[in-house]
Design a protein around this ligand. Sequence first.
Ligand SMILES: [Fe+2]
Ligand SMILES: [Fe+2]
Length: 202
Amino acid sequence: MKSFTEARQEKLLKLVKDYYKKNKFDPIHQIDHIERVLFWVIIISKQEKANLSIMIPAAIVHDIALSKYGDDFHAKKGEIFCKSFLRRVGYRTEEIKKISETVRLHSTDDPIRERTLEGNILFDADKMDAIGSIGTFRHAFDRMNKGAQFTEIGNATLKWFKEKEKHDSIFFTKTGKELGKQRMRYIKEVFVKLNKELNEYR
Ligand SMILES: [Fe+2]
Ligand SMILES: [Fe+2]
């Protein structure tokens, strides 16, 4: 990837790719999700003037704990679990501390409401993959994979957005809000239209 700023970022991505190949990650959290989050992390970090030597590795390892520990508190578990990957490609203790803290803050599943610029950026980059047409399919697939009926997807996803907007936010950074605006509108519209069509059959 051309946007890497250091050789160890490439090494880390290779190490993580190998790990993803050998371990089972759920269908919506495969390595392509990591690559898209990395893409957005680089764009948002540049706009928000964050340190790419922290942000790039944080994006690469942000969901690393999902395979071993599952969805619940994977950000918190990831804070510990990502350290050995970082160490193996040469990150120093101080850097690991900041990168792993950023991994912990990429999700608001953890009740601790501590925020940092780096955590906010990673959170927003991750959310860019949960909206737009990619997000539409990821939401639908994930819900059906977890046992939801097709007819429930629209309401469940719209409720998810409403809850997020009520209790915290879909985006924390100004850049994330701006970049996500159109994709947010799109995903909401799709599910509203889906509900409308389904209602015609009731
Ligand atoms: Fe995550
Ligand atoms: Fe993620």
